[in-house]
Design a protein around this ligand. Structure first.
Ligand code: NI
Length: 416
């Protein structure tokens, strides 16, 4: 109670958002589902039991479920009382090849496999979102597709692309798509989001330089692959510094360079292995083209030859402005006015939700999941990574609020 009430001044009651109340009622169920998935994690493309478990839960609620979409993918469809647009919500289901070291009672019982990126939470949140929306389907003008996607951690193919190829965005065609991800660096009750680029493209270039071996004392009779490789490494570093717009984030890292046999032998081959991160499609294409030009030019000038294998990973995840506005509006309603952290810097990690964003407008956002109290927060993909389960109902409320804004004929306005 504030002191104001003691003075007899009546303050307007701050009412908790309706979806947040409803989601809070599902807290136990959310924890139960999340911990079940956590205990029995499965790697990408092998989410057989995960998909079966989720399908069973959803069918018990009378929800229409389609299995084996693009492999182990699952789609739950909620059809409204009247026709309208179609909104998709997406969660990933796969775990990582990491031996869990949280020591928690719900820790993974599968040796060498764990949910160290919070995809267990994403799936639990989406399952409970589907349950809630199913109860409110009469208020829906349109359709909600809940997409449970495999293999997010498996670039370059991933799990989004196979689901798109299997038609998940068609029949009825999806008008907008949303996804959330646990954020160990943000407190529970906040979200992080960016207009435009949200996550980077992650590509790989493997360059083999073919020289001519020889005796270390007679360089004139050889083409030294070590020297050509050294020039190539230096020249490659001019791409980001001299060709990329300084306002666009990009990285080219030569992570591996292998060459040579012995101190007095001139190496005949050298192999450079590089990762390339970009945040827009223009830079992405430009770096790919420049790498080939530089490798071709340097090797030619020095009398060597080359083989280049360029592997495209996930594209950059580009958020749509209108969809970002929807997410921010939902956060302000569900979590409060100061709950939104606009991300000034694009994360240079990859996310295959980008494939969905290439097809339809949408937004990907971080959902604060930082542990509180004595427990130390470890980053995602760390063996001791864990999340704050208080974020689970907030994720459900966010998804439901976004759907209300997109598809409800009239707002719930705090209850019914
Ligand atoms: Ni992840």
């Amino acid at each position: 109670m504030s002191s104001a009430s003691g003075l007899g001044i009546r303050r307007p009651l701050v009412r908790m958002n309706y979806w947040r109340q409803q989601a809070n009622n599902l807290s136990q169920r959310l924890i139960e589902i999340r911990r079940h998935l956590h205990r029995y994690p499965e790697l990408g493309y092998k989410e057989f039991e995960t998909a079966r478990y989720l399908a069973q839960i959803l069918r018990q609620e009378g929800i229409e479920v389609r299995e084996h979409v693009g492999g182990t993918g699952l789609v739950a469809t909620i059809r409204g009382a009247s026709s309208g647009r179609t909104i998709a919500l997406r969660a990933d289901m796969d775990a990582l090849p990491i031996q869990e070291k949280t020591g928690m009672p719900y820790a993974s019982i599968v040796s060498g496999v764990s949910h160290a990126c919070g995809h267990d939470a994403h799936s639990a949140i989406l399952a409970c979102t589907a349950m809630l929306l199913q109860r409110y389907r009469r208020k829906l003008a349109g359709t909600v597709k809940c997409i449970f996607q495999p293999a997010e951690e498996c670039p370059p193919l991933g799990g989004a692309k196979p689901m798109i190829d299997a038609g998940v965005l068609a029949d009825p065609p999806v008008d907008a798509i949303y996804a959330l991800h646990t954020a160990p660096n943000l407190p529970v009750g906040t979200i992080g989001i960016a207009y435009g680029p949200m996550m980077a493209a992650s590509d790989r270039a493997k360059i083999k330089i073919l020289g001519e071996g020889g005796h270390g004392s007679a360089p004139q009779q050889s083409v030294d692959a070590v020297l050509v490789a050294a020039h190539t490494v230096v020249a490659l570093q001019s791409i980001v510094s001299r060709n990329i717009d300084p306002h666009s984030a990009a990285v080219l890292t030569v992570g591996q360079l292998q060459a040579g046999y012995r101190y007095n032998v001139i190496a005949d081959t050298a192999v450079l292995d590089c990762t390339i991160r970009t945040t827009d499609v223009h830079s992405r294409q430009l770096i790919q083209d420049k790498i080939e030009q530089i490798v071709d030019g340097v090797t030619r000038a020095m009398g060597a030859r080359y083989e280049l294998r360029y592997t495209l990973g996930y594209p950059p995840a580009i958020n749509d402005t209108v969809a970002v506005d929807q997410v921010i509006k939902a956060a302000e309603v569900v979590l409060g006015e100061d709950s939104v952290r606009i991300q000034e810097k694009t994360s240079l990690s990859g996310e295959d939700f980008a494939y969905f964003l290439e097809q339809v407008p949408g937004a990907f956002f971080w959902m604060g999941s930082r542990l509180e109290g004595d427990r130390k927060q470890y980053p995602a993909h760390h063996p001791a990574f864990d999340l704050n389960e208080a974020m689970l109902p907030l994720g459900v409320a966010m998804f439901c609020q976004i759907v209300e804004q997109e598809l409800f004929r009239e707002p719930l306005a705090g209850g019914e």
